[in-house]
Design a protein around this ligand. Structure first.
Ligand SMILES: Cc1cc2nc3c(=O)[nH]c(=O)nc-3n(C[C@H](O)[C@H](O)[C@H](O)COP(=O)(O)O)c2cc1C
Ligand code: SF4
Ligand code: SF4
Length: 257
């Protein structure tokens, strides 16, 4: 077994790592941008794929990764894990349907509610205490999911036709344009000091440094990693001002919101 994930602000990394390690402590867990990921996947029969839900969809980078490596999935046993701030309907189903199209065997789907990663919209803010409660609940759910998976009683969250309808009508249809491809809407304001951190950490290599200034391109997968890590809070995407950054590295190192 191997765990693979896209994670902008750490939630999905945490959830996939915890789930995989509870099932098999010796299994590898790697991000989608790992340079040897294809070889690592090839060596494993079962793959747990995790990603953050975006407008009740899988991030474009994840869908692109599945399509670009279509031949990898034939016969491979997959469990899809979607993390989310509130609701996704069929978050796990979005990748599962695509993987199935390429011949994967879908074993299960897991939905984990985590703190919201969008940090430039006031509407979505929660207190640090609320976020800690959400993470404690997620820990419980991950334990239950791991136990079920170990026993071969796979959770099927997000995989039913009802979940599909909920995801479609709950959000995906209305926000389809936002997740139809990569975006070129990243904005960097005058507070930028040219430290280069954003360029270094972007999983899409979407930001390049030219003459000491960052230049965003048109391949942003809206993961919010650069936005939540910029020391100057100079980057925005959906909103126009960073309220309070969010990043989650492990449960004892939660950045307070
Ligand atoms: C662009 C964008 C869209 C999002 N859309 C949804 C959504 O439709 N439903 C939801 O519950 N959470 C949504 N979220 C919240 C994330 O799915 C959630 O915070 C996730 O756990 C972040 O994972 P990460 O830290 O691994 O990136 C969205 C986040 C972003 C950045
Ligand atoms: S991380 Fe922020 S301050 Fe540093 S180069 Fe990027 S935008 Fe500028
Ligand atoms: S530009 Fe920022 S938000 Fe977009 S993919 Fe890169 S790190 Fe994520």
């Amino acid at each position: 077994m191997i765990g693979i994930y896209l994670s902008g602000t750490g939630n999905t990394k945490y959830c996939v790592t915890k789930l995989v390690k509870l099932i098999d402590a010796s299994a590898d867990v790697v991000p989608l941008e790992d340079e040897f990921i294809i070889d690592k996947i090839k060596r494993n029969e079962t793959v747990i794929l995790g990603y953050p839900t975006q407008f009740s969809n899988a991030p474009y980078m994840v869908r692109d990764f599945i399509q670009m490596h279509a031949s990898l999935w034939k016969g491979r046993k997959m469990i899809c894990v979607a993390t989310m701030g509130a609701f996704s309907g069929d978050g796990s189903g979005c990748a599962a349907r695509l993987l199935k199209k390429y011949g994967a065997v879908i074993l299960g789907g897991v939905h984990i509610k985590m703190p919201d990663s969008i940090c430039d919209s006031k509407m979505l803010k929660k207190s640090a205490e609320e976020n800690e409660k959400i993470i404690r609940k997620a820990d419980e759910k991950l334990k239950e999911a791991a136990e079920r998976i170990r026993q071969g009683d796979y959770p099927a969250e997000g995989l039913t036709i009802f979940a599909h309808i909920a995801g479609l009508f709950g959000q995906r249809l209305w926000f389809y344009k936002k997740t139809a491809g990569y975006t070129d809407q990243l904005k960097i304001n005058q507070d930028c000091v040219g430290c280069g951190k954003c360029a270094k950490i972007c999983p899409m290599k979407n930001i390049t440094m030219e003459n000491g200034r960052p230049h965003p391109g048109s391949k942003c997968t809206m993961c919010y990693r650069c936005i939540c890590n910029c020391p100057q809070k100079a980057i925005t995407l959906l909103g126009s001002k960073v309220i309070l950054q969010y990043k989650f590295e492990d449960s004892s190192n939660l950045t307070k919101m």
